[in-house]
Design a binder for this molecule. Structure first.
Ligand code: SF4
Length: 398
């Protein structure tokens, strides 16, 4: 039975196709670092060294910490590291790391609070009694603060900082908290601490026993959902720029191949020609349609005015005639309005609701697609399901 990590589950949640490439097809890709992950790794390593030395009663000076960080940066740097934001250089990012470490050092020196009991701690948390499901644990720094208080510390070097509510819902550190509770029998409380280094901010959160049990169940459910998945659709998002499978992803492959082609071959690409022609003709058609619709609307208004003025209801042309009839139509309150709710209540009250309500097949498709019911109920539903394939073409800017 495979073990699951926060990042593995997160991969499925952010793009099921990416998950399939990585964990089912096990497609090996040369994982070039992005500058963001490179910076994160160097900052983590520098802080690990700071606390490792501290464990040996040696306090690094700020200069030593920055020297160590810059040494790591130089030794590990490769020109293949990806910088997506082209307006910034390697040097800009290196300096961000220096600033993060300087702020952190000045805020926390002399690093005397609590006892360091783990650095880059790795373990597995069993999720069920049988031990079939396991969750990867990897804690940046684990502290024993005394009196049964433990702290799980996590360093973040990213350029965004979540709201407190998001952190109170965070899965990764909460799962680590569950591990601490099981591992240390004297625990009374676990404090989850995030260090947002780029903001020089420390944020914390606590979880109750009940919240952790709910979380464990949710994680189990998510894992079962992943294991039962039969389809792995692509989910295009801003994260595609960082995806290692972009060059083989059906959403991007053609574009990536075009980028590689020299100009003469590029313009002769059959796919590119088809798209350009399709967009040209569709553009012409849309323009003609718009003009024609505007003309029709004006003619319609003119015909109504003509009929009213002449006191007639049918206007004759050379080969055709147009009947102009005003009519009243009945309307009921729209969806999601208070009036609609009242109407439904009235209909239920007089026992007529079923006479005028219909089965919502779109809702059923959603139930099936998102597996919203339990497996037994879904199985019954699938007996009525048939599959057809159709294509929808949508044009958008690259
Ligand atoms: S490129 Fe985007 S859509 Fe394609 S697999 Fe990666 S994350 Fe998913």
């Amino acid at each position: 039975m495979p073990s699951f990590s926060h990042s593995r589950i997160g991969k499925y949640e952010s793009c099921p196709l990416q998950y399939k490439f990585a964990y089912i097809d096990r497609i090996k890709v040369v994982a070039e670092d992005t500058i963001e992950t490179f910076l994160g790794s160097r900052a983590h390593e520098a802080l690990e060294k700071l606390y490792k030395d501290k464990r040996f009663e040696k306090l690094m000076s700020l200069e030593e910490l920055l020297e160590y960080y810059n040494k790591l940066w130089k030794e590990n740097w490769k020109d293949t590291i990806i910088i997506v934001k082209e307006e910034y250089t390697q040097e800009n990012y290196r300096k961000i790391g220096e600033r993060c470490l300087t702020d952190y050092y000045n805020r926390h020196k002399p690093f005397d609070e609590g006892k360091i009991i783990g650095l880059e701690t790795m373990d597995f948390l069993p999720l069920d009694d049988e031990g079939n499901y396991k969750f990867h644990i990897r804690i940046d720094r684990l502290m024993d603060m005394g009196d049964g208080l433990y702290e799980v510390h996590d360093y973040k070097t990213g350029s965004s900082m979540p709201e407190q509510e998001e952190l109170d819902e965070d899965r990764q550190l909460a799962m680590y908290s569950l591990w601490v509770r099981r591992r240390f029998k004297d625990f009374k409380k676990v404090r989850l601490v995030w260090h947002y280094l780029a903001f020089d901010k420390e944020v914390d959160s606590f979880r109750t026993k009940e919240q952790l049990e709910d979380l464990r169940k949710d994680v189990m459910e998510e894992i079962r959902k992943i294991e039962a998945a039969e389809e792995f659709p692509a989910n295009v998002s801003r994260f595609c720029d960082w995806c290692l499978y972009k060059s083989i992803c059906p959403e991007w492959r053609h574009g990536e191949e075009l980028e590689e082609k020299p100009e003469n071959e590029y313009l002769n690409d059959p796919g590119l020609k088809l798209v350009d022609e399709y967009v040209r003709i569709k553009g012409e058609l849309d323009e003609q349609k718009k003009e024609a619709e505007e003309k029709l609307e004006k003619l319609k208004e003119a015909l109504i005015v003509f009929c009213e003025k002449e006191g007639i209801s049918v206007v004759f042309g050379s080969d055709n005639k147009i009947s102009v009839k005003g009519y009243e139509y009945i309307k009921f309150p729209g969806k999601n309005t208070k009036e609609r709710e009242e109407l439904v209540e009235v209909l239920r009250g007089i026992g007529k609701f079923d006479d005028v309500s219909e089965l919502d097949v779109y809702a059923l498709v959603k139930v099936l697609r998102d597996k919203e019911w339990d497996e037994k109920e879904l199985k019954k539903l699938r007996e009525f399901e048939t599959k057809e394939k159709s294509y929808r073409l949508s044009v958008s800017k690259k």
